[in-house]
Design a protein around this ligand. Structure first.
Ligand code: UDX
Length: 471
């Protein structure tokens, strides 16, 4: 248990801030959540979570009913209550060149500097480029000096590792807590607060500010790199007749590699991985490093969506125009309603440009504004409705409910054809049911199974008597 109940302010009620505030309050701290959007703030006061995040509403409502958490639109009022710790959880979106938009971050630092009235530990929980936390300290101390206050200011970088759809569990049982610190009290306070969430003190990773900031970008980019790596391997697998499911199992069984983030598909989306990969490239360039590998990670990811549409266009040829594509799954992954950087956005937009009608279903996505305004795009209420209305099916998010369907259900599709962007189904069962089935990194393998012969045997030529092979 933490030694004391801290007075905490959390700034920003987004995916990170609302989870952080609710979970800290749940552990007995006195939390004031500052959300400038008054409508959003009022909804949260009623215990409503403004987005889909399993389990969050329970934690939020407990915190409110136990009077551990208040919500306000005024950061000044929140700071007037002399909080000991302020967590900044504001957004750090990307500019087109990958640069990080820090306008919200600097606005918060200035507001805190102008309104703080006592000793404070200011913590960046947002993902911020290297150097921002140290710069924030300078700014806050300048405010304190200019206002003639006699109070101490410390800062920390405490990046979150929350995965959407699993955020409450990730906060309550973190794989590790990274804390970049530069003063005496910050590590003491943060170790105490996080002692409620980690039993093993070795999981509290204290480091300097810059290392903590870079750790966050490096972690997310490592995850993205694994995905782009396995997707590139899947491209070769489709040419040589290998099966990516078996390859991923073979690779992931090496304990040094591990099984996670080796699922081939249409690539990664979300508000973090795409942004952080670009930001790391941008940070590198800004500091004289080309970051070649990391630039390729993002390029491969964009290509993954383009190649998926090309596969559809190649299969139907000129007959594609006027067909209706059914789409299962719009969110960037299951168990979230988040559409940010979802593969569905670019894939559906490209199909509409090719004069394909689209009928889409997603169990939780309500925000259709991310799609171009287009009469050819309609939304179904059930997955079956999509099958009944469409010529062929595209699967872009592996929602659990799709696994309840069996290959025979796809006979409802006029063309009995499925393009499975998340490898949700067993290719052999699909082929055996007479469904024309495409997936990622298993296509030639299933053709060889279907045709009985080992198709796609890799091209190997013995170039000369040295036995060298040109594959
Ligand atoms: C990620 C990190 O996992 C988390 O630690 C960090 O704090 C925030 O960013 P999130 O964005 O919620 O979390 O999604 P994640 O579960 O990482 O998936 C990202 C994308 O990768 C999704 O589009 C998913 O479909 C895709 N993915 C994931 C793959 O394509 N293959 C995989 O094997 C795993």
């Amino acid at each position: 248990m933490a030694q004391k109940e801290y007075r905490i302010v959390v700034i920003g009620a987004g995916y990170v801030g609302l989870v952080t505030a609710s979970c800290l309050a749940q552990k007995g701290h006195h939390v004031v959540l500052v959300e400038i959007d008054s409508a959003k703030s009022e909804r949260i006061k009623k215990g409503e979570v403004p987005f889909f995040e399993p389990g969050l509403s329970v934690v939020l409502r407990n915190s409110i009913t136990q009077k551990r958490m208040q919500i306000t639109t005024s950061l000044e009022n929140a700071l007037a209550e002399k909080p000991e710790v302020v967590f900044s959880c504001v957004g750090t979106p990307s500019f087109p060149d990958g640069a990080v938009d820090l306008s919200y971050v600097w606005k918060v630092v200035s507001q805190v500097g102008s309104a703080l009235v006592d000793d404070i530990l200011f913590v960046h929980k947002s993902t911020v480029p290297v150097g921002v936390t140290r710069k924030s300290l300078e700014m806050l101390r300048t405010f304190v000096q200019q206002r003639g206050l006699n109070c101490s200011v410390e800062v920390a970088s405490n990046p979150e590792f929350l995965s959407e759809g699993n955020a409450v569990s990730d906060f309550m049982r973190p794989s590790r807590v990274v804390c970049g610190v530069s003063g005496e009290s910050a590590p003491v306070i943060l170790r105490d607060i996080y002692s409620d969430f980690i039993e093993d003190k070795n999981l509290f990773l204290e480091m300097d500010l810059e290392s903590a900031e870079l750790t966050k970008y490096a972690s997310n980019t490592m995850l993205a790199t694994r995905i782009s790596f396995i997707n590139e391997i899947a491209r070769l697998a489709d040419r040589v007749g290998a099966d990516m499911a078996q390859v991923a199992r073979g690779v992931g069984s090496d304990v040094r590699i591990g099984k996670g983030f080796l699922r081939a598909g249409v690539g990664y989306g979300g508000s973090c991985l795409p942004k952080d990969v670009q930001a790391l490239s941008w940070m590198g360039r800004l500091n004289g490093e080309a970051m070649n590998l990391i630039q390729m990670v993002g390029k491969i990811n964009v290509e993954q969506r383009e190649r998926f549409v090309e596969k559809i266009a190649e299969h139907f040829g000129s007959e594609l125009v006027g067909k209706r594509a059914g789409v299962w799954g719009l969110s960037f992954k299951p168990n979230t309603d988040d559409m940010r950087e979802a593969p569905a956005i670019s894939i559906i937009t490209e199909l509409l440009k090719k004069n394909v009608d689209v009928c889409a279903y997603d169990p939780h996505v309500c925000d259709k504004s991310v799609f171009p305004d287009n009469l050819a795009l309609s939304f179904a209420k059930t997955p079956r409705e999509v099958l009944e209305a469409s010529d062929f099916l595209i699967i872009l998010t592996e929602w659990e409910e799709f696994s309840l369907f069996t290959p025979i259900d796809f006979a409802l599709l006029s063309d009995r054809t499925v393009f499975d962007g998340r490898n949700c189904f067993d290719p052999c069962e699909m082929i055996a049911s007479g469904i024309t089935y495409f997936c990622i990194g298993r296509n030639l393998f299933i053709k060889s199974r279907a045709g009985g012969k080992k198709a796609g045997v890799p091209r190997v030529e013995i170039s000369d008597d040295t036995g060298r092979c040109n594959v």
